[in-house]
Write a protein of this length. Sequence first.
Length: 196
Amino acid sequence: MATQAKRRIAIIDGHPDPDRARFVHALADAYADGALIGRLEVRRIELAGMDFPLIRSRTEWTDGKPVPEIAEAQATIAWADHLVILYPLWLGDVPALLKGFLEQVARPGFAIAEGPRGPRGLLKGKSARLVVTMGMPAFFYRFYFGAHSVKSLERNILKLAGIRPVAQTLIGGVEGSAEQREEWLAEMLDLGSRGA
């Protein structure tokens, strides 16, 4: 009887601050713990400890070679079946470090290829979950602001690269009570255990 391959999860902790008191780090830890409970394979990418240049020209985008940290991140993303990208909402968008990271890893030849009918995604067969923390209530961000940073990341990067489906977890009022934080951590533990 053949054994089924374990689901492979890449957790991308997109908080730029290495201070472990940041709630995004705790959420990433809870998801990773859940995945291990669920006997899934887990690899992590923590942006706060990375040092890489920003892409400043089209030539760098198309012809530049990724620095070793970015090449290692690309290998982790290529290995994974499911990506979990966690980040805090900063000025209504992803933090600049996460945007710079995504520009680096999504280079032509890795995430996308130019074809006769336009760009073609090279990361098909992968799914993703976006986990976003914010000070405002999540429903306000979703319905008043249209969750624009999430939509942009989903449509302009992940789906363009062929990654779908993309699920979302929006955590609003993140500075709330300790009880509420425990509920969110339990939710991440559950999602991790299922690789969802």
